[in-house]
Design a protein around this ligand. Structure first.
Ligand code: CA
Ligand code: CA
Ligand code: CA
Length: 321
């Protein structure tokens, strides 16, 4: 705010501007506090827990993946021994989805054109907490990056043991290095399942049975037809909101009831709003906006039909008799 600004603006207007800016900032901060946000990571930023210090995880941001990442730099050098690496994950496994492990490895000679070792190719197996994950890939005298998906139920809150069985077939002449290990996944409050499912066709127009189930208990007051939205494109192609009734039918499940029959053959879209103004988890101090891409923000679509399936129509006929 230099002299150039005050020269062209009278002091009163400047004061109003300052006050407005202050007010807007206060409102933004207030909204974050309301949402219970502890973090200042921007939307779409993943969170990286750097485990190097051995102290409490340090949060950083990455640019690309949208995952939460727990990382340990090992830098073992090429070693003949098995590797035991511990990564602390301060989150319950059932709050994690799309779990992946990424590990850089040196000199995994599964394919060994020189056949230096007569005992057979080097086979190195990876385990997480005793669960088999896969065989490492790589080549002689070079670095490779091994990435495996695995069920998050293999993890536990606290220390997780990453075990590399170097030379699992006991050829006794190989070494494998570990550079870093990262466990990553989508964490926290999110849409766990929906009915109808994404892409479902011929949903009965008079009883679409729309529900949204969340991964954690929901703050009731945050649920409305402004935060869980049913919409369709009208003839002009403009998204048009259906005036639904939205209510929680259990601690985690919301039910969306249209005011009447849905339109035949129309593709409907469901949308859950993310962020401080969206659906919130019940008072646990968390806010989905810190969880990055793939957190709560969720869209799916289905199409309704007034010509029910053969089964449904015969069922209905039976009942109408
Ligand atoms: Ca080698
Ligand atoms: Ca071994
Ligand atoms: Ca090797």
């Amino acid at each position: 705010m230099g002299n150039g600004f005050t020269e062209v603006t009278n002091p009163m207007r400047y004061r109003i501007f300052s006050f407005s800016a202050f007010l807007i900032l206060t409102l933004i901060l207030g909204a974050y506090q309301y949402a219970g946000c502890q973090d200042t990571a921007t939307e779409g930023s993943p969170i990286l827990y750097n485990m190097d210090s051995g102290e409490s995880p340090e949060r950083q941001t990455l640019k690309e993946s949208g995952d939460t990442v727990w990382r340990k730099d090992v830098n073992s050098g090429c070693s003949y021994v098995d590797h035991n690496i511990t990564i602390n994950i301060p989150v319950e496994p059932d709050e994690i989805s799309d779990a992946k492990i990424t590990m850089t490895n040196e000199d995994v000679d599964y394919i060994d054109p020189d056949e230096v070792c007569r005992g057979g190719p080097e086979v190195d197996y990876l385990y997480i907490n005793g669960n088999f994950i896969g065989r490492l890939e790589g080549a002689n005298n070079s670095w490779s990056t091994n990435i495996f998906s695995f069920p998050s139920s293999y993890l536990k809150k606290g220390d997780n043991l990453i075990f590399v069985d170097t030379d699992a077939t006991n050829t006794d002449c190989w070494c494998v290095g570990v550079g870093y290990v990262e466990i990553s996944g989508k964490v926290g409050f999110r849409v766990a399942s929906t009915t109808p499912e994404d892409g479902q066709e011929n949903v009965p127009w008079d009883a679409p049975g729309i529900t949204v189930t969340f991964s954690q208990e929901v703050k009731k007051e945050s649920v409305s037809n402004d935060t869980i939205i049913l919409e369709y494109r009208n003839q002009q192609g403009v998204w048009t909101k259906v005036n639904t009734e939205v209510k929680m039918v259990s601690a985690t499940k919301a039910q969306v009831t249209p005011p009447g029959n849905l339109l035949d053959g129309i593709r409907y879209r469901m949308r859950v709003v993310d962020g401080p103004q969206g659906v919130l988890a019940k008072g646990d101090g968390r806010c989905s906006i810190t969880l990055g891409v793939g957190g709560l923000d969720r869209r799916w679509s289905f199409s309704a039909s007034n010509s029910p399936s053969l089964f449904a129509s015969s069922f209905a006929r039976t009942w109408s008799r």
